[in-house]
Design a protein. Structure first.
Length: 146
């Protein structure tokens, strides 16, 4: 049982790091945006980075409730030139899909141990669907999407 809890905490630390990494990616992407739709896309990324930080905070609190100290292990270097909103949204879609898959993989292993995740998975699913919708609209109607 002790090993199970340690495994859960390790997984929670990984999820928390993924959320923190997404927050940093969205922060940086927001300043790379150029072209039509930039202002609306900046707002999207501002909201997304706040939400990912809230998710990381919730996970950190869960780790602490299990008697552990949250540990962040992030190896990230962000750079790049200007990008159009539709490119940034496509990249955000990949980030959201990876996060959703991580939550979906993690949640079934928690049965009977702790309660964590359905709300975050629901939020992630909605975020992913929203990013897909916006990306499709942007690709179909570049000037009108934002």
């Amino acid at each position: 049982m002790r090993g199970d809890r340690t495994d859960v905490v390790e997984d929670l630390n990984r999820l928390m790091a993924e959320e923190a990494e997404a927050c940093l990616r969205y922060f940086q992407m927001r300043f790379r945006l150029r072209g039509k739709g930039r202002v609306a896309a900046e707002k999207f990324f501002e909201d997304a980075l706040k939400e990912t930080l809230e998710h990381a905070d919730a996970i950190a609190k869960q780790i602490r409730s299990l008697g552990h100290i949250p540990t962040l292990n992030i190896h990230l270097s962000l750079s790049g030139g200007p990008m159009r909103p539709e490119e940034a949204l496509a990249e955000a879609l990949e980030v959201e899909q990876q996060a959703l898959e991580a939550y979906q993989e993690f949640l079934p292993r928690l049965t009977g141990q702790i309660f964590f995740g359905p709300h975050n998975i629901g939020v992630r699913q909605k975020q992913t669907e929203f990013v897909i919708l916006i990306t499709r609209r942007t690709i179909r109607e570049p000037a009108a999407a934002f």
